[in-house]
Design a protein around this ligand. Structure first.
Ligand code: OAD
Length: 234
């Protein structure tokens, strides 16, 4: 792949699909089973907090029983061994990248295993349910903890750092994401504009497929280890 030093990798639900975590937009995906407006917006939370807390309580319990797959492990290996700059930006709120060992990682849509106290604005590691309105570990007040996930209409996390990395990248790789949700869906154009090569690894062509210099179709557990091998072996 020529002179590549700095890499930005965007991941989406497709990277965790083979760990048994539902994607959002595939057949049988989460947004077929639930209305986005009900469970993934501040307005939905204000309207029916119990519904939203139960939804995330179930998902938080479920991901703790899942394991990282070969794609997460390959990306963690690349992170450990790549001598240049590297940043994994994930839209996923599961913790499978870090459980595989990835370190240079940003959760732009938040994390299932964090709770955010809207009273004292503290984020705390959280593995238990929130439905019973437990006390915030920081301020001790009950009733202000919500999942630390970014809902539609809210600003994704650490965008300045992400754009800085994209603008320095020689290679931008998008893995397992449909390209339906901004701002992540716009990263490929930002990367192109600043001169990066762009590669997509996905089960099917994404919505922004034509923006990529190269696109490979297949399962992440197969495509990602193969690509990482190319990067490290080549
Ligand atoms: P989607 O469900 O929209 O897209 C998943 C993509 O992964 C699809 O393009 C699939 O073809 C692909 N895919 C499925 N299984 C795969 C596999 N085994 N290997 C490779 N690719 C596979 O999920 P995202 O693009 O991650 O945001 O969704 C983006 C955001 O929309 C999420 O972060 C979430 C959601 O609404 C918020 O909740 C804010």
């Amino acid at each position: 792949m020529g002179e590549i030093q700095n890499i930005v990798i965007l991941t989406g639900a497709g990277v965790s699909a083979e760990s048994g975590i539902d994607t959002f937009r595939d057949a049988g995906g989460l947004w077929e089973q639930h209305r986005v407006e009900d469970v993934a917006t501040p307005e939905g939370f204000a309207r029916d907090p119990d519904l939203v807390l139960r939804f995330y309580d179930m998902r938080r319990a479920a991901i703790q029983a899942k394991q990282p797959n070969a794609a997460h492990h390959a990306l963690a290996r690349l992170d450990a061994e790549w001598p240049g700059e590297l940043l994994i930006v994930t839209q996923n709120i599961d913790d499978l990248h870090e459980r595989a060992g990835a370190k240079r990682l940003i959760h732009m849509h938040g994390e299932h295993l964090n709770a955010w106290c809207t009273g004292c604005d503290t984020r705390s590691p959280w593995t238990a349910p929130l439905i019973d309105r437990p006390a915030c570990p920081a301020c001790g007040v009950h009733g202000h903890l919500r999942p630390d996930v970014v809902w539609f209409g809210e600003m994704p996390y650490r965008m300045e750092e992400i754009y800085r990395a994209i603008n320095r990248a020689d290679l931008f790789v998008s893995i397992g994401t449909s390209g339906a949700v901004y701002p992540a869906a716009g990263f490929v154009r930002e990367a192109r504009a600043s001169g990066a090569r762009t590669l997509e690894l996905n089960m099917e062509p994404s919505q922004g497929n034509h923006w990529f210099d190269e696109a490979r179709q297949g399962a992440a557990t197969w495509l990602v280890p193969e690509w990482v091998e190319e990067m490290l072996g080549g």
